[in-house]
Design a protein around this ligand. Sequence first.
Ligand code: RIB
Length: 326
Amino acid sequence: MEQKTKKVLSIGSYNVGLTCRTGRIPNWGETLIGSGFSESYGGKGSNQAVAAAKLGGEVTFVGCFGEDKYGDDGLAMLERAGVDTSYIIRTNKRVTGVGIILLNEENDNCIIVDVGANKELCPMYMDSIENVISDCDIVVFQLEIPYETVRRGMEIAKRKGKMIILNPAPARKEAMELLSLASIVNPNESELLILNGKEPSDQLTMEECERLARQLLTKGPEVVIVTRGEKGCFIVTSKETVNIPAYPVKAIDTTGAGDAFTGALAVALAEGYELLEAVSFANLAGAYCVTKEEVVPAFATREQLSQFKNNKQFADIHEGEGLFKI
Ligand code: RIB
């Protein structure tokens, strides 16, 4: 009998992304001339839902939008992507969330989010969508909506025995206490440091990274996956640590790569991939994303990912992972 694909639910933020390129971040009181301004769809919750839907997942997104043009545009984009938007709410109390994104010459990003309408996604709403949580198999959370809402949603999902992926972004130290509710936690390096009560740094060794990831594991999740940008990613479980190298790609825009990874991970697990295969698939989706401008257009379809995987340059590095299907 053919196994039914599981349903994915992303509960989180929608933000419009306002991106500008700059050689460096300005000091207080200083104006810099930037370039390449663009406006795009974003927000980690919505991004992860769209990334999963573009890869063929059956996906529902729960979030809160302002009653404004940005909200209308975001909703229309999610519908075009095939995401179920029936449980998105709108508010006139606040404007749709905005992410101010700065990209440097190396195409790395830093982001400031004014969460706006996302703030109105309250814990009580999680109770009212209990049937939606019941009806899905994998629930994905991030931290751009109120913390108490994430906690309530995770509690309900845990009670109902769902697989819970927590992408702890943007990170905050208190989120350590959410880990007991999660099945899988996937921080990047700076999020890993913040969760462990440390300052973000780009000088983290693999040994230290693994030690900190194991700290997260002691709080309850079955799996911790740390994404390390051009250094790849690794999986930590109680049994082992598995390192997965990055694909050798030229990054054009790194915005949304973590969301591409998380969305792809959810879809792969929904389709029954083993953990290593699912993380390898997500690693490929993240690599594809950084080779394209903007966020939603940089989330691959199945076909785009399949073509991308056949790139000759990838042959040696990922020989051992050639087994995962697309
Ligand atoms: O992860 C990238 C996203 O973070 C951007 O789309 C931005 O809107 C912020 O939410």
